[in-house]
Design a protein around this ligand. Structure first.
Ligand SMILES: [Zn+2]
Length: 336
């Protein structure tokens, strides 16, 4: 993972999606490919918005010389594509819990699903080529490379003022839509058995992602700084922005293994907490995120470290846990 961290730091501010795949290795890393023959499945893809696709064999981290070459190559490619798409990609917001945060929440949800609902979720996911709920949570971000899904961009977040009293659709959810409406629309589609299976399967994929996203406080940030994307900060000496800090940097500081994290969280749950957390509608989840964004995420200083991490580590774990419990509740209700 060292390699990915390096790439991320060097181009801080750019939207990167990391996903497991070995496609594209041949074209992008012809030299590296030779070095890692036989180990290609163990790779990560770093994708920059619409078209950048960087494949980074994890094994390269073991070899400094190859590592340096690969990083330079990746940065060159990302920088090049960044300059090509800056107008289209950065007019919107960078929008996602990091992939591992999505996986962690999805895995928590999976472990809390009723068995018949698990079967139905699996059946629907298969129609879209997905195999696990954890991974399915990253689908909506993976589709950002598909022009046909450009309209989805504004649905990953909502912009709210600092002094926000309550949700007002005409004011808070503009014509292109917002995350709150997207959750409601896709929940209704998933429940509607008169729709085709493939329509319901896509609704499931959107629903999973947006329920997870709405629990990331910076997805309810301010319009003027694009949900913290324009707020540059330094976190333990690493330059990033406030949105990416909450998407990726904070979670990855204590989540090494998202599956183990999810299992530990579920093991610690008691029935009362599950019932208490599961109650409530998306407006409440939004309200909680908004409060956390302004009480915990936005800060007066741009140099952040131990104190900020200590203050927010448990908040991140809580939001991943709540997202998972609520996703399970929504799916259990829609598909039982
Ligand atoms: Zn998202």
């Amino acid at each position: 993972m060292y390699l990915l961290n390096t790439v991320h730091r060097r181009i801080s501010g750019a939207p990167i999606v990391v996903e497991r795949s070995c496609s594209g290795v041949k074209e992008i890393f012809p030299i590296c490919r030779k070095q890692v023959t036989g180990r290609l499945p163990n790779t990560d893809v770093v994708k920059l918005s619409q078209s950048a696709r960087i494949v980074v064999p994890l094994n390269l981290a073991l070899d400094d010389q190859i590592l340096g070459w690969a990083v330079n190559r990746a940065i060159y490619r990302i920088t090049f594509i960044f300059s090509c798409i800056v107008s289209s990609a950065f007019s919107g917001q960078v929008v996602a819990w990091g992939a591992d945060a999505h996986r962690a929440s999805g895995e928590i949800a999976w472990q809390l699903l009723e068995v018949p609902v698990q079967t139905e979720v699996k059946r629907l996911l298969k129609l879209k080529g997905e195999t696990t709920l954890a991974e399915a949570g990253t689908w909506a971000d993976r589709m950002r490379s598909n022009d046909a899904y450009d309209w989805v961009g504004p649905l990953h977040y909502i912009n709210l003022p600092v002094a926000w009293d309550s949700y007002d659709k005409s004011r808070d959810c503009p014509e292109h839509g917002c995350i709150l409406d997207a959750i409601k629309v896709n929940r209704a589609k998933l429940t509607d058995k008169s729709l085709s299976d493939i329509e319901r399967a896509e609704a499931l994929l959107f629903l999973v992602h947006f329920v997870e996203d709405i629990h990331q406080p910076m997805h309810t940030g301010l319009r003027e700084d694009r949900g913290g994307n324009d707020v540059m900060v330094e976190f333990f000496g690493e330059a990033t922005n406030l949105h990416a800090l909450w998407d990726t940097h904070l979670p990855r500081r204590f989540i090494n293994d998202w599956k183990a994290f999810a299992t530990e969280e579920v093991d610690r749950l008691d029935r009362r907490e599950v019932l208490r957390t599961a109650a409530g509608e998306p407006e409440l989840w939004l309200q909680e995120s908004h409060r956390l964004a302004h009480m915990n995420a936005y800060t007066d200083t741009s140099v952040l470290g131990e104190a900020y991490y200590d203050k927010n580590r448990e908040v991140i774990a809580l939001r991943l846990r709540q997202g998972g419990i609520r996703l399970a509740a929504v799916l259990n209700e829609a598909l039982r």
